[in-house]
Ligand binder design. Structure first.
Ligand SMILES: [Zn+2]
Length: 432
């Protein structure tokens, strides 16, 4: 790869080296495009004690992620106005080891701000159909969605949707709360797959009549993938993602009281896990992103082990490539699939597909040196997230990131750790 000013100029033969060029030899390691993670909760400003741009992007670089998209919620303010976006940019500027783009929020009453947010540089929008878990990011109702959808369709940006319907969750929670709140089965029963299916049906209907681009985040149920296929076959502009935790764990793996496994929608049965893998292979699900959503350990309430009071969110930003590569061993997929699902497809979703997600002339030199055969055991000391709470502690994983380059600059080296100065940039239009 010939790299100049952070871009790949051309890909040539191995002995095609200009005199005076600075040569970096990856040896026997795989060189692959840096991962693009379009679903990360960085939480800064406002909840920087949960995570932050420095810690999140260093962890990302260590995991081979070279671009992340920051979700509009869990920071304070939430990114639902242009001034909030500017505040977040000020918090992030000069503190990112990888490139960072932003997602705007769709909340009740901010339809008038969506165009300005798009012009200020958000690459996508996000909404919740159920309570989000934080008071400053309200969930939308069907009328809110019907107001926002034609605006989003005209802007051409995708709406990422947390698809669970509150009526279904509320009714199931009422039934479930008679059970033991420290048992995972009780929590699982409170958020049935039907809540996801009904929400996805609503989104499909709205996307179909408005031509809005919709994207279902963190699909947990195999049946949802079939619904996505049906809609796409009819021409609905719909994509969907799933996350490492739905592809790695099953409900049976979650010990009682182990709130580090709590997320919403919940990790489901083994049939769903295998169905999600099949949906990736079949293209119904097009990408795997982390939904990294950490919190301080105290908020996981491991002391009481109550799934209903614990914060919902799983930390995995640094581990995604290794988790997925390890799980793929038994399923006959190649590294090419991993690159498609974790780099190329997310870049396409957020409109970065002419810069990110491929090794080709004209693309940013975002590169990972990956050892596909090396193994390691996940230990708290190696995690660069602000908090080491994660259900993957102790997991034996295959696939080690040796080096990560962001636009040709070394961001992380396995032996030396993160680079001294952060090479990342904010992915904003030049004028903002
Ligand atoms: Zn999320």
């Amino acid at each position: 790869m010939h790299i100049d000013s952070g871009r790949i100029v051309r890909v040539g033969d191995v002995d095609d080296v200009a005199s005076g060029a600075n040569v970096i030899d990856a040896g026997d390691l795989i060189v692959m495009p840096g991962l693009v993670d379009s679903h990360v909760h960085v939480n800064e400003p406002g909840r920087t004690d949960w995570e932050g741009f420095e810690t999140a992007t260093r962890a990302a670089a260590a995991g081979g992620v070279t671009t992340l998209l920051d979700m509009p919620l869990n920071s304070i303010p939430a990114t639902t106005t242009v001034s909030a976006l500017r505040e977040k940019c000020r918090a992030a500027e000069g503190k990112t080891w990888i490139d960072v783009g932003f997602i705007g929020g769709v909340v009740p009453g901010n339809a008038g701000a969506l165009g300005d947010l798009a012009r200020a540089g958000v690459l996508a929008f996000k909404c919740f159909l159920v309570p989000s878990g934080v008071p400053e990011f309200a969930h939308v109702t069907e009328p809110d969605l019907r107001e926002a959808a034609p605006i989003l369709a005209a802007l051409g940006l995708p709406l990422m949707v947390h698809a669970e319907l509150p009526e279904v969750v509320e009714a199931a929670t009422l039934d479930a709360t008679a059970g033991d709140p420290t048992r995972y089965a009780t929590y699982l029963a409170s958020r049935p797959a039907a809540a996801e299916h009904e929400a996805v049906a609503l989104i499909i209907e709205i996307a179909e009549v408005t031509a809005m681009r919709a994207h279902i985040v963190h699909v947990s149920s195999a049946r949802t993938a079939a619904m996505v296929r049906g809609a796409r076959d009819r021409g609905v502009r719909l994509t969907a993602e799933t996350c490492p935790h739905y592809l790695w764990f099953t409900a049976a793996d979650v010990p009682d009281g182990a709130t580090e496994y709590k997320c919403a929608p919940p990790i489901r049965a083994g049939d769903d896990r295998e169905g999600l893998w099949q949906a990736l292979a079949d293209g119904e699900l097009s990408m795997i992103v982390s939904d990294h959503s950490p919190c301080p350990p105290i908020l996981k309430r491991r002391d009481v082990g109550d799934f209903f009071v614990a914060w919902g969110g799983i930390a995995s930003l640094q581990l995604g490539a290794s988790i997925i590569w390890t799980a793929m061993r038994d399923r006959g997929s190649s590294l090419g699939h991993l690159v498609e699902w974790m780099s190329t497809a997310p870049a396409r979703l957020v409109g970065l597909d002419r810069r990110k997600g491929r090794i080709a002339a004209g693309f940013d030199a975002d590169l990972v040196f990956f050892d596909p055969d090396a193994e390691f055991t996940v230990q708290a000391e190696m995690l660069l997230h602000r908090h080491a709470v994660t259900p993957y502690l102790g997991a034996r994983l295959r696939g080690v990131v040796n080096r990560t380059y962001v636009r040709g600059v070394l961001a992380y080296d396995r032996l030396d750790g993160p680079a001294v100065s952060p090479p990342g940039e904010l992915l904003l239009p030049p004028h903002s």
